[in-house]
Design a protein around this ligand. Structure first.
Ligand code: AHG
Ligand code: MN
Ligand code: MN
Ligand code: MN
Length: 328
C-alpha cells in the first residue's frame, strides 16, 4: 500500500479530515526533495557551514536552511496551515494566503543531525502537527500545546533508504521511498517496541554533567552481568536523534539526552516542540514510553517555542526503571 492510499484509509477510519492527508503528503514531498539534496552530498553545494547562528546558538549549515525553505514551500502549497515553528527560525512563520481558520499548526526540525552533514552521515527531518485554536491569532502561545494533543507526528530518515515514519494516533507506521517510482510504500506497519532490549544510546562524553541518578543508571548498565542489572548492555550513538530513535523503533532499547548542567541551565539539549514531543508520540504509539525521567513528555505544558527538555525515550520497562532511579 502506498502512503496516499494509507492516509486516505486512515483519515476515514480515524475521522480525520482529508486536509490532514494533504498536509502529511506535503511533508512527504518535502522529505523527497531533501532526500535528493542529501543524496547528492557535497555535489549539491549544501554541506558547508554558514556564518549565521540560529536561535539556539548553533552554527547553521546550508542544508539546515535549504531544508527549512523546502518545508515552508511544501507546507505553503497546502493552504491548510495557520503557522509553523522551525528550529531554524526564532519566531513562527505564518501563511497569510492560507484558508481562513486554517486548521493546523506544524512544528518541525528541518534537518536533524546537522553535525553529520559534512561527513555523509545519517540525517533526518522531524515534524509535529497540532490543531490551530479556533480564531487563532498570531502568537507564540498558540503553539504551546501539550504533546498529548498532537494530531500526527513523524520523521523522515535520510539513510541508505529514505524512510517516512508516522503516527496519526493509531499506531506507528513506516514507509520506504521507492527510488524508481518516488513513492513511499508501507513496509513496516504497526511497529512495536519490545518492553526490554539491552541497548542504550547516550552521548557518554557528557557523563560528568549528568545528575547523580543518571550517573548511577548508566554505571549499572555498564557493570553488565556482574552488576545489579545482571545483564550485558550494548551502546549505540548516531549523533542524529532521527537515526537513534529509528533504531529503537526497529529493535528496542532506550535513547537518552538527559539533564545536563552544562547545557542551557540543566534543561537538556533537545527541543520539546519539534524533537522530543513528536518522537514521544511515535515511541508511545509503538508501545514504548517517553519521559523526562520525572514526568511524561506528552503531558508537559510547553513554556516557550524553542524550549529544551530532558529526553528519555524507548522500551517501556527501561524508561520505567530510569524514572525509579530518579524518585529516590
Ligand atoms: P540538530 O542537528 O537538529 O540541531 O539536532 C541535533 C541533536 C540530535 O539530533 C542528536 O541526538 C544530538 O543533537 C546530538 O548531540 P551531540 O552533539 O551531543 O552528539
Ligand atoms: Mn540544530
Ligand atoms: Mn534535531
Ligand atoms: Mn535541526
Amino acid at each position: 500500500m502506498n502512503l496516499s492510499d494509507f492516509l486516505n484509509q486512515s483519515c476515514a477510519t480515524l475521522n480525520h479530515s482529508s486536509q490532514l492527508s494533504e498536509l502529511i503528503l506535503s511533508i512527504a514531498e518535502a522529505g523527497k526533495q531533501i532526500a535528493a539534496l542529501v543524496a547528492k552530498g557535497k555535489l549539491a553545494g549544501v554541506s558547508q557551514q554558514l556564518n549565521s547562528i540560529n536561535v539556539q546558538g548553533e552554527a547553521q549549515m546550508q542544508l539546515d536552511i535549504s531544508s527549512h525553505d523546502i518545508f515552508i514551500d511544501c507546507l505553503s502549497s497546502t493552504k491548510v496551515v495557520f503557522g509553523a515553528v522551525s528550529e531554524e527560525l526564532a519566531s513562527p512563520h505564518y501563511f497569510s494566503d492560507h484558508i481562513p481558520d486554517a486548521p493546523y499548526l506544524v512544528c518541525f526540525d528541518p534537518l536533524d543531525g546537522s553535525s553529520n552533514i559534512a561527513l555523509d552521515g545519517v540525517v533526518g527531518s522531524i515534524f509535529s502537527i497540532l490543531p490551530a485554536p479556533p480564531n487563532a491569532v498570531r502568537s507564540d502561545e498558540i503553539f504551546l500545546q501539550q504533546g498529548i494533543g498532537q494530531i500526527a507526528a513523524g520523521y523522515v530518515l535520510y539513510g541508505p533508504a529514505t524512510m517516512l515514519v508516522i503516527s496519526a494516533g493509531a499506531g506507528t507506521h513506516a514507509f520506504t521511498l521507492d527510488p524508481d517510482t518516488k513513492v513511499f510504500e508501507l513496509t513496516h506497519p504497526d511497529l512495536k517496541i519490545p518492553a526490554h532490549y539491552p541497548e542504550f544510546a547516550i552521548n557518554a562524553s557528557r557523563q560528568r554533567f549528568w545528575e547523580a541518578p543518571m550517573q548511577q543508571y548508566i554505571a549499572d548498565c555498564l557493570a553488565g552481568e556482574e552488576g545489579v542489572r545482571q545483564c550485558n548492555f550494548n551502546m549505540r550513538w548516531m549523533a542524529s536523534m532521527v537515526a537513534d530513535i529509528h533504531r529503537i523503533l526497529m529493535r528496542g532499547g532506550v535513547f537518552l539526552y538527559p539533564k545536563d548542567h552544562q547545557v542551557t541551565d540543566r534543561a537538556g539539549r533537545l527541543r520539546l516542540l519539534y524533537e522530543v514531543s513528536p518522537m514521544g508520540m511515535l515511541i508511545e504509539q509503538a508501545g514504548g514510553k517517553a519521559s523526562t525521567a520525572r514526568a511524561s513528555v506528552l503531558d508537559l505544558q510547553p513554556l516557550q517555542i524553542h524550549q529544551r527538555v530532558p529526553a528519555i525515550l524507548g522500551s517501556i520497562n527501561e524508561v520505567d526503571l530510569i524514572e525509579q532511579y530518579h524518585q529516590s
